[in-house]
Design a protein around this ligand. Structure first.
Ligand SMILES: NC(=O)c1ccc[n+]([C@@H]2O[C@H](COP(=O)([O-])OP(=O)(O)OC[C@H]3O[C@@H](n4cnc5c(N)ncnc54)[C@H](O)[C@@H]3O)[C@@H](O)[C@H]2O)c1
Length: 253
């Protein structure tokens, strides 16, 4: 059995019912951290929470929450305070895509993506800081941005802007709460095989694969292992940074 350096810690990963978020929750649980599985999809959320509790022998709770709605985020914070009394790790992972050329992009497409990817992370961070600042031994926030937020991707005016904004939020939070023991970093995945990217046309997926110097799509574990490192003791002097995990995709950009 793996050693469990995060035993008795409590972690909240948004959008953890599936995909990269689920993999992050699993990796943190495999090191002993209790989990808040939070997602807008209730059934998937409950299933994931039950499976992780069984497999990793940690305590999990399933919380249905739309992170764009302040009242729901507040209610989630209250539930975590009541059930666990503390929070050591927040991973702002939930995100959506709604690609379109800028000239054709509907206002609703802009609003949806900015609301989930940026405002959702702001609301979560604001609410959870109350617990994170008091966590014994300090705490961590990891924001899941994207290489699209660094390089700008055609067809993704909304998505690239939201992910660039998340990098800004990461740096501000790192500066404001470093002295309170909260370390904050961003991870920028490149092209990772999940339901989100599986919905893209096969031709686009092929192009994406070709643009990766390592010659393959990322797997969810490629991302979640780096997030887990950022939540570990070994990353105790890292804050305010942006780490690309993209197989070299955005090298030199
Ligand atoms: N897959 C990639 O190639 C890739 C690349 C770069 C960045 N990312 C980022 O990684 C994160 C995870 O991506 P993924 O590929 O696993 O996506 P995914 O679509 O498989 O999973 C996202 C999860 O977020 C949840 N979610 C969506 N809106 C929500 C809301 N309003 N409130 C609560 N939960 C909500 C969904 O229900 C889903 O379970 C996203 O932020 C995405 O932008 C992914």
């Amino acid at each position: 059995m793996e050693s469990r350096p995060l035993e008795n810690k409590v972690a909240l990963v948004t959008g953890s019912a599936r995909g990269i978020g689920r993999s992050i929750a699993e990796d943190l649980a495999s090191w002993g951290a209790n989990q808040v599985i939070l997602d807008v999809r209730l059934e998937d959320c409950q299933k994931t929470a039950a499976e992780i509790a069984e497999k990793y022998k940690v305590k999990t709770i399933a919380v249905q929450c739309n992170i764009t709605v302040k009242e729901q985020v507040e209610a989630a914070q209250e539930k975590i305070a009541k059930d666990f009394g503390t929070l050591h790790i927040l991973v702002n992972n939930a995100g959506v895509l709604k690609d379109n050329l800028l000239i054709r992009m509907k206002e609703e497409e802009w609003d949806l993506v900015l609301d989930v990817n940026l405002k959702g992370a702001f609301l979560m961070t604001q609410a959870m800081l109350r617990l994170l600042m008091k966590a014994e031994g300090g705490s961590r926030i990891v924001n899941i941005s994207s290489v699209s937020g660094i390089v700008g991707q055609a067809g993704q005016a909304n998505y690239s802007s939201s992910k660039a904004g998340l990098i800004g939020l990461t740096k501000v939070t790192a500066r404001e709460y470093g002295a309170r023991g909260v370390l904050v970093n961003a991870v920028c995945p490149g092209y990772v095989q999940t339901d989100m990217t599986g919905a893209l046309p096969e031709k686009v997926q092929e192009e994406l694969r070709k643009s990766v110097p390592l010659g393959r799509a990322g797997q969810v574990k490629d991302i979640s292992r780096v997030v887990r490192f950022l939540c570990s003791e070994d990353a105790g002097f890292i804050t305010g940074t942006v780490i690309r995990v993209d197989g070299g995709m955005a090298t030199g950009m």
